[in-house]
Write a protein that binds this ligand. Sequence first.
Ligand SMILES: [Cu+2]
Length: 500
Amino acid sequence: MSTRRTFLQRAVALGGGIFAGPKLFGEQHASHFASSANEHAAHSHSSQRPVAVHTPDAADLPFRLDNGVKEFRLTAEPVKQELMPGKTMDLWGFNGSAPGPTIQVDQGDRVRIIVDNHLPEPFSMHWHGFEIPVDMDGAPGTSQDPIKPGGRFIYEFTLHQAGTFFYHSHMAMQEMMGLLGAFIMHPRQGYQPYVDKDFVILLQEYAVLPNNTVPNSMNMEFNWLTFNGKVAPATTPLIVRLGDRVRLRMINLGMDHHPIHLHGNTFVVTGTEAGRQPPAIWGPANTVLVGVAQARDVEFIANNPGDWMLHCHLPHHMMNQMSSMVGPMSRQPGMPMGMGMEEGMGIIRRGNALSEENGPSLGRGMGVGSTNEQRLANGPQSEQAMPGIPGMHQEKPAEEKHPSMPGMQHGESELPKDANSVPGFPQDAFMEGPMMAMDQMVEKPENYGLRPGWSGFMQGMMTLVRVLPPDLYEKIMTMRGQQEKQKPKAMPPMEHPHGA
Ligand SMILES: [Cu+2]
């Protein structure tokens, strides 16, 4: 039987600490998830090591031990980040992803991070909130020279703090390209009360014009809002067992503040970007504002079974590629109207932006290029009005309707016949709902057993906290374990030129 206890003994015997790499992480998680309910109820609360954090959809960064120093390697570089199936962005990140991999260390550790700059411009790495010598702070120009393209800087420091920290580029516009990662410092002894699950969620946002893959870092309007580099419904739900005590660590580095709301559960805010808060000031809440450059830890006992939404509550942050749909105005004959959401944001493929034909639509986000006299809107008001829009022909199987998008589902329209006569319509008719469902495209063990069509209602900064009864919990964990086994073994993120 593999329990967490035997795992810890093994890890100690290896001398590498419990965070020696992805393999050990996998083992640790697997053993933890496989532990019986009895063991779960009985775990020691006195000298318990903290549980490793899990960053859904992002990797953990392995280290090697060099004379007692934990040595990590991070490379800042352009990356292809798939926000959701079919939507891959050109971002800047670390070691192949944006956000970069999560670093986990123990309080008191001596840490070395070898940072390579593979960006086409100077870069500097800042360790946000770290109480370390100033020459390690990564402030370009004031504490060090920026790292030149192709260059390297070796950061080394001893960490006496504990809490939810992060690393990021200290070049402001580079931050908006994705250069962020979590840096978790575990306390020497686990906090009380002990948590069974500990998740990290990094909040990021990008402004990407239609038909572009590169964010416009100067833009103030963000249309892609991510949890750990994914938008819903591609975010991987957080799987917890009924009765678990759960910690969520949320980190925000962007232009906007995000009020993160959890359905069906009440949490307490237990930490900030500076570490643990005294229990005396913990207050109950279900929404926590995670401001720019802040981190917030919340904890709750998952005693309410269900698939609970966890999301930013800013309405515009609950959408993907939001575009305005200005009610009846967007469906009057004679007005240019959006052919789809790409065009709906105002990209012109043909013609002149100031032409009579296109001019009226600019600034309204209604799109251009469609036929003036044809009623074509980006809301599903009727089958007759939208002959070319997928999802409007319910009598045919989905594949026939839209062969280029396998897995798209098309539910029945439940709109009243006179919907167009209601001022303000449409609002969410197209952005959300059964017509946008893509359950199969985002299928994964963590989504097993969700209500059919669930994905049609999930967009933007959103995921699920699934509080599961033991049988379903075990089933999903088994499925996940099998999937992990089938995955090709990941290559080490970087070569180690100095040897191991
Ligand atoms: Cu938000």
